[in-house]
Design a protein around this ligand. Structure first.
Ligand code: ADP
Ligand code: ADP
Length: 231
């Protein structure tokens, strides 16, 4: 059974007298172990879709089943619980806490999850090791390069062993060489079995995934469709 089953999802905003269909009848299935890129220009609905997939928001109509659970039927507390258990977020600007070391940043979600100190440390070190940063565990974010900070953020996203890694423009703040390194890490994680959803406006980045879907005016097209033909 697919880890994500989205059917006929609608999300509508009213701006003054205008109605904007940020997501317009979106349907998609994503299997466990996929590495999929969702590509679209600014204003196409990427953030809205990401918020939906990441359980930060709920659909106005249509259904979203995450690991079989109907996300549209949950209250805010249940939504937060599912989000913390199932989704590892990776952001453009890393969102690390500047006063905590790399190791402490990675441990933080485990602390909130009530994991014991010893196990937190073990799992955080394992995560840093996966992204090749074990030797930087004691460094503060300001002592790390952008690429290294993003690797810490990836380790943090992995810490709770989420079903899905959801990456929003993960290379948007990085130079092209460092971007390639980050994509390589994502590929390696995918080969280890992690399900990865990458959201980007950059075709070169999207092409690194195993499957590409485009979004334009809130509508999805498999294989990039016309949009990619026009880029
Ligand atoms: P992207 O992330 O691809 O730039 P968004 O999902 O942010 O696209 O936006 C999709 C559409 O929905 C855009 O037309 C945007 O103006 C509109 N939109 C997004 N959020 C809101 C909001 N809170 N209120 C009104 N319109 C919004
Ligand atoms: P990467 O390619 O992994 O992003 P860089 O080549 O940018 O790394 O950086 C090389 C080294 O310089 C890194 O190991 C890092 O410790 C150090 N470094 C880079 N940027 C900074 C910074 N802003 N502050 C402190 N140290 C930095």
């Amino acid at each position: 059974k697919p880890i994500i089953q989205i059917s006929n999802l609608m999300k509508t905003y009213r701006l003054g007298g205008e109605t904007v269909h940020a997501l317009n009848n979106v349907s998609i299935e994503i299997e466990k172990g996929e590495f999929i890129a969702i590509i679209g220009p600014s204003g196409s609905g990427k953030s809205t879709l990401m918020n939906m997939i990441g359980c930060l928001d709920q659909p106005h109509s249509g259904t979203y089943l995450l690991d079989g659970k109907d996300i549209g039927k949950l209250n805010d507390n249940q939504l937060a619980t599912i989000r913390n258990r199932k989704i590892g977020f990776i952001f453009q600007n890393f969102n690390l806490l500047t006063k905590l070391t790399a190791l402490e940043n990675v441990e933080l979600p485990l602390l909130y999850a009530g994991v014991s100190a010893k196990e937190r440390r073990e799992r955080a070190l394992e995560g840093l090791n996966k992204v090749g940063l074990k030797e930087r565990a004691g460094h503060l974010p300001t002592q790390l390069s952008g690429g290294q900070q993003q690797r810490v953020a990836i380790a943090r996203a992995l810490a709770g062993n989420p079903a899905i890694l959801l990456a929003d423009e993960p290379t948007g703040a990085l130079d092209s060489k460092t971007s390639k390194e980050i994509l390589l890490i994502m590929k390696e994680l995918n080969e280890l079995g992690h399900t990865i959803i990458l959201i980007t406006h950059d075709l070169a980045i999207a092409k690194q995934a195993n499957r590409m879907v485009s979004i334009q005016d809130g509508q999805l097209q498999e294989n990039g469709g016309e949009l990619v033909g026009n880029l």
